[in-house]
Ligand binder design. Sequence first.
Ligand code: ARG
Length: 464
Amino acid sequence: DRYQLWGGCFEEEASTDLKHLNDSLSVDSRLFAEDIRGSRAWAKELNLSKHISDDIYKAIVEGLDKVEEDIKKELTKNGRLMDEEEDIHSVVESRLREYAGDAALHLHTARSRNDQSATDTKLWMLNSLKKLLNEVIQLISVTIIRAENEIDIIAPGYTHLQRAQPIRWSHFLLSYVWLFKEDVSRLEEQIVRLSTCPLGSGAIAGCALQIDRIRLAHSLGFNDITPNSMCAVGSRDYIVEFLNWSALCGLHLSRFAEDLIIYSSQEFGIVQLSDKFSTGSSLMPQKRNPDGLELIRGAAGLLLGDSFSFACTLKGLPSTYNKDLQVDKEIMFRSYDRLMHCIRVMNGTIKTMTVKSEKAVALLDPGMLATDVAHYLVRRGVPFRRAHHVVGSTLRRAAALGVTLQNMPHEEYVAICPDFGTEDEFKKIFSWEASVEQYSSAGGTSRAAVLQQIQTLAEWLQKY
Ligand code: ARG
C-alpha cells in the first residue's frame, strides 16, 4: 500500500477539495534536485553523528541517486510528476522506499518538512539568484558597449518630458546602468544574508539528536546556520527581500522601457527597434510595435504586485510554520521567471536597436540652450538669479519677433542686458557640442565626464 508521511492517527482520507488546495507538487517539483541534495547531506550528518549505520546511509544515498535520475527523466519527458503525493518531499521519500527499502524509514529522523522546505528553497535561491545576477551584468555590459560607441551622439534631454538640455546619448544610457549596478550590489548583499542553513531546526524546537549543524551547513555550501529554530521555520524574509528586489529591478527596467518606447515612436524617431525585438500588426502593415518593451513595463506592475501580495500573506501570521507559507515558492518562481525574461528581452533590445543620431540632433532646438545663455552671463559676472530673468526676457522678445534665440539680432540681446558683450563671443554658445562639453564636472554629460563613468564601470565589471 501507499507510503505515507503522516496519517497514522487518521481514520479517513482528506477530501479531494482539500487535497487540491493542499497539494504543492506541481510547484515544488522544481525543487527536486535541492530536496535530494538536502537529503543526502542530512543522511550524511545522521551517519557522521552515529544516528544511522553505514549500511543504512549507503542504501539511502544510492537510492537517492536513482530517485534523482528517475525524476529528472520524468520531468524532461512529461514536464511534471504524476505521483499522488502532496509535495516533492513526500515524493522523494516514498520513491526512496522503493529503492532503499526500510533504510528509507531512517531518512526523516529528527527532520521536519518545515526545516526541509526552507532549506530547499534557500538552496535553490543561492544557485538561481546568481544566474539572475549574471543576466543583470550582461545587460550592463551591453549597455556600456553602446555608450562607448555612441559617445558622439547628442540628443535632447527631457525633464517632465519637456525639452530640457542637450545631453550625450551615452549619458542617458549610463543613467540606467548605474541603477542596475546598484541592483547587482543589493542582490549580492541579499545572497550573503540568505546563506544560513535552516536544516536541524526540526518542526519548531530544533534537533533532539546531537548533530553538528555547522558541518551540515558547510556541506551544503551555506556560510552559516540559522541561529533560532523557530525563526528558521517561520521566517520568509529572504523571499520578501527577493520579491522587493525583483520589484525594484523591474521598476528600473520599466522606466528604461518607457523611454525607449517614446524614443521609438515616429514623433521622436531616435530609436529603431530591430525586427528581432519588435512585432507587427495583424491589420496595419506599416506597424513596428515595441511589444517587448511594453511587456517589460507591464511585468513590472505584476512584480510589484507579487512583492506586495506575499507581504500581505505573512503579515498576520502567528510565529513559526503555518501552511500559508507554502505559497512562497509559487510566487518566488513566478517573479523569478518573469524578471529573467524581462532582463533578457531588454538585453536583446538594447543590443540590436538602431540609434538615429541625425534625428536626435534634429530634435534639439536653440531654446534648450537658454540655461547655457544664463551661464554665459554668470561667467561675465551677472548673478545667476538676475541672469535667469534676463534670459527669460530674451525668450519673450524672441517669441514676439518670431525668431529663435540663435537667430535673434545681437542688438536685441544687448538692449535687454549690456553684459551680453560682443556678438562673436556670444555666438559660440550656439553649438550642441560646446553646450554638453561645459558639463565636465564629475557625473556630467561632457565627453570626459562620460568616459570617466565608463571607465569606473568597466573597472567594476572586471570582478565578474
Ligand atoms: N510543502 C510544504 C511547504 O512548502 C512543507 C510542508 C510542511 N507541512 C506541514 N504541514 N508542516 O511549505
